[in-house]
Design a binder for this molecule. Structure first.
Ligand SMILES: [Zn+2]
Ligand SMILES: [Zn+2]
Ligand SMILES: [Zn+2]
Ligand SMILES: [Zn+2]
Ligand SMILES: [Zn+2]
Ligand SMILES: [Zn+2]
Ligand SMILES: [Zn+2]
Length: 434
């Protein structure tokens, strides 16, 4: 079975080159001239025929090698001829008016393919003539026409199909090689490769996964990758709540920073703090005190502190009263030291003491006995005490007077010690002893 298949394949491969063997080609003889030319039928188109060419000794066609074709429809006609004889042959094609459309020599073993654009109703005459005199030989010919060609299995790819576009396969005629049929080669379709992620999904946008054709690179499928969930961060305080304003805490995505949740922390309200004296109350003027928020220091309350009035303080003597002069004393406020009251302190009069010696009398000077004020020391009464006078001792000779020198005597007061000196005169010789 396998062998048979191989043979078949070999046969098919050989076919495009395998022209029909001459032995198999039917012979077709035309007429002797234009008038007697063989009229070719449609059945005779697109097939190979053998004809016999013979020339007399004068080079005149003596065999039946004239053919006539009534062109059936408008189209391209291909005349093919093979010189299988031993002399040069010169086929000739003329139209009804006698114009030569083809007049060309074919060397031995050579061939010719000639195209003519023909119109329906045209009459063409085909004649084979050898160049030799008295020659006879075979010529092989065929007239292919649109719709009349010899189909083989051989084909050419005129256009390769791609993934998306169809290609074209053309079948040349095995006789004239012209293309008589073409066939669409269907588009191959894409060959999807492995899907790849071209855009990763994030928390904000979808991703994209595509598959490309491994042949042409075109995207053959795309798939959206769902948005990723956010990655919540810890809740952080964005704004601290204050006494009067709400606070705010937020939770963000660690990847895209989108706000995922918010928490409002209500305002805390003020906290009553201490009262502070702004203006101290005095004895006479009101003061002012305020209460502040312990947190934000805003004034929450304020009130008047009434003047506390003077506080009667001690009396102070401003001017001391004396025995003879009035004094003055004032009462001050213990707080502000303002004078609250003042009054006169009456002179209290002298305080007489006992009469007493205030100065002893001396030998020479009088003394004094006074009655003094025990307070101010002013003498209220006085009596003079007479001076005592010296009370001298007896004279005492300290140096005896001589006849030559005066002597001296002295005495002193036993009270005050005052000393008196006195000269003693020189002694006179009264008694003559000396
Ligand atoms: Zn053909
Ligand atoms: Zn492709
Ligand atoms: Zn995010
Ligand atoms: Zn506050
Ligand atoms: Zn006061
Ligand atoms: Zn006095
Ligand atoms: Zn004396």
């Amino acid at each position: 079975m396998k062998r048979l298949l191989l043979v078949l394949v070999a046969l098919m491969l050989a076919l495009p080159l395998a022209w029909a063997e001459d032995a198999e080609i039917p012979r077709l003889q035309g007429g002797q001239d234009r008038e007697t030319a063989l009229v070719l039928t449609e059945e005779q188109l697109g097939k190979q025929w053998l004809t016999y060419v013979s020339m007399d000794n004068f080079g005149k066609n003596v065999t039946n090698s004239w053919f006539r074709l009534e062109v059936p429809v408008d189209g391209t006609l291909t005349f093919s001829a093979w010189n299988v004889g031993n002399q040069v042959n010169r086929p000739c094609i003329t139209n009804a008016k006698g114009d030569k459309l083809l007049w060309k020599s074919i060397a031995v073993n050579d061939q010719l393919h000639y195209e003519i654009n023909a119109t329906a109703g045209d009459t063409l005459y085909i004649e084979f003539a050898s160049f030799g005199y008295g020659v006879a030989m075979d010529m092989k010919f065929a007239i292919c026409y649109d719709g009349y060609h010899q189909e083989g299995v051989y084909y050419e790819v005129a256009k390769e199909p791609t993934c998306t576009e169809a290609g074209e396969r053309i079948f040349p005629c095995t006789i004239c090689f012209s293309t008589y049929r073409s066939e669409v080669i269907p588009a191959l379709g894409h060959t999807a490769g492995e899907a790849e992620i071209v855009e990763e999904a994030t928390c904000l946008k979808t991703g994209l996964k595509i598959a490309k054709c491994t042949v042409c690179g075109e995207v053959v499928s795309s798939e959206e990758i769902a948005v990723m969930p956010h990655t919540p961060d810890v809740v952080t305080t964005v704004k601290m709540a204050t006494c009067t304003e709400d606070g705010l805490a937020e939770q963000h995505c660690t990847v895209c920073n989108a706000t995922l949740a918010t928490e409002v922390h209500p305002a805390l309200g003020h906290t009553l703090g201490e009262w502070k004296d702004e203006v101290m109350a005095t004895c006479t003027a009101d003061g002012l005190r305020k209460q502040y928020c312990a947190v934000c220091n805003v004034v929450l309350n304020e009130e008047k502190v009434p003047a506390h009035g003077h506080a009667a303080g001690e009396w102070k003597d401003e001017v001391q009263a004396t025995c003879t002069a009035d004094g003055l004393r004032k009462q001050y406020c213990a707080s502000c030291h303002e004078v609250l009251a003042e009054e006169t302190v009456a002179a209290y009069g002298h305080s007489p003491a006992e009469l007493a010696v205030t100065r002893e009398a001396t030998c020479l000077q009088s003394g004094l006995k006074e009655k003094l004020c025990s307070t101010c020391g002013v003498a209220l009464e006085s009596q003079q005490l007479d001076a005592l006078g010296h009370r001298y001792t007896e004279w005492e000779i300290t140096t005896e007077a001589t006849k030559d020198a005066e002597g001296e005597q002295r005495r002193h007061c036993t009270n005050c010690g005052d000393t008196q000196y006195e000269k003693l005169p020189k002694v006179e010789k009264l008694f003559g002893i000396f």
